[in-house]
Ligand binder design. Structure first.
Ligand SMILES: Nc1nc2c(ncn2[C@@H]2O[C@H](COP(=O)(O)OP(=O)(O)OP(=O)(O)O)[C@@H](O)[C@H]2O)c(=O)[nH]1
Ligand SMILES: [Mg+2]
Length: 330
């Protein structure tokens, strides 16, 4: 029987996948439990949710009494979205991060240079996207901190080393390692409907080092030996080939809009600090980002944008558009 999950449920589920604290997880799980259609087809899912809720509650209690973080490693979300860079050793993960951001991670011709996941901000026009550089995944090594990082990411880049004959096998090893756990890569992000723990993160395949001799042959071999349905972007991180296309595609895949806030007393909006929201977000969601108080006290807003006449008065359920200017009124 299909579960017929509601849009509100799916939204809570999406937030659950991206939660970075136990409190957030609990909130989302409770919302999911409240929203899930109650019928035979969802019995299993309901039970699953209930056991997750009690597990998170126990972890929270332990965390509060012990003062120690149970879920060790979390990277606070920042910017328009989070993209995790994955791959085998030497694939060029850190090189790519170095090229797309202002960070200077260590790049070196030997494996296991990067030892912990590290965030850095990638500028895109007037906003920024969080990239997370990671240690390599191999047949016998996977930093367990990575599971949480991958689940929380909006997008994963799976890098392939076209500079080595081992590149394809190393890429296969990453996929195999991840397929053994509950955090996996896929063409699209989603949580499994029958198993709350099983999550898939949207992934691009990024074969790197196309500048090197034999890289082209290795790329053909990759397509032959390891056909994947991920969108593919072939690059040279070192020589800067295709990087601007990749930057743009990353941003577009996040499917966010930018909104500028304006004070009623000001003539011009604050153009330096756009708010980014998932496409389809409402005025109330934006207002909540500006300040928590707006969630309760928002009366209306005036909007300047492509979809309405300048200064049109709108209510909290108004769906915002890219580059709207919003003037909030309490
Ligand atoms: N020719 C060429 N070399 C590259 C390219 N990208 C990275 N490299 C080289 O590949 C080596 C590994 O690069 P890193 O960025 O350190 O690789 P990594 O994936 O972060 O490696 P680990 O941290 O060990 O997992 C370095 O010597 C880089 O200079 C590229 O596009 N072309
Ligand atoms: Mg590295």
């Amino acid at each position: 029987m299909p579960a017929n999950l509601t849009p509100t449920y799916l939204k809570a589920e999406e937030e659950y996948r991206r939660a970075t604290t136990l409190e957030e997880e609990l909130q989302c799980l409770q919302k999911m439990l409240q929203e899930i259609p109650k019928h035979k087809g969802t019995d299993h899912l309901q039970a699953d949710l209930k056991s997750k809720v009690s597990k998170v509650k126990k972890e929270l209690a332990a965390e509060r009494s012990g003062g120690k973080k149970i879920r060790g490693f979390r990277i606070p979300r920042q910017g328009a979205g989070t993209v995790v860079i994955l791959g085998g050793p030497n694939a060029g993960k850190s090189q790519l991060v170095a090229r797309l951001t202002n960070a200077a991670p260590e790049v070196a011709p030997y494996p296991f240079t990067t030892t912990t996941p590290a965030p850095a901000m990638m500028p895109y026009e007037d906003v920024a996207v969080q990239l997370v550089d990671t240690p390599p995944i191999t047949a016998d090594f996977l930093d367990t901190n990575l599971y949480g990082v991958i689940r929380a990411a909006d997008l994963a880049l799976l890098m392939v080393d076209l500079g080595s004959d081992d590149g394809i096998e190393q890429c296969q090893a990453v996929l195999t390692r991840l397929s053994q756990g509950k955090t996996r890569l896929a063409a699209k992000s989603y949580l499994d409907e029958n198993d709350v723990g099983l999550s898939f993160t949207q992934t691009f395949l990024v074969p790197n080092k196309i500048d090197l001799p034999e890289a082209e042959e290795r790329l053909n071999l990759l397509h032959e030996l390891l056909p994947l349905d991920f969108p593919e972007y072939v690059i040279s991180a070192e020589h800067g080939r295709n990087l601007e296309t990749l930057r743009q595609t990353i941003y577009r895949s996040l499917d966010v809009i930018r909104v500028y806030s304006k004070l009623p007393s000001a003539k011009e909006p604050d153009r330096d600090r756009p708010f980014t929201l998932k496409r389809g977000s409402t005025l109330l969601e934006m207002a909540g980002q500006v300040h928590k108080d707006f969630l309760e006290h928002l009366k209306f807003a005036r909007v300047w944008g492509t979809a309405v006449h300048a200064g049109t008065q709108v209510k909290s359920d108004y769906v915002l558009h890219d580059k709207d200017v919003v003037e909030l009124h309490m």
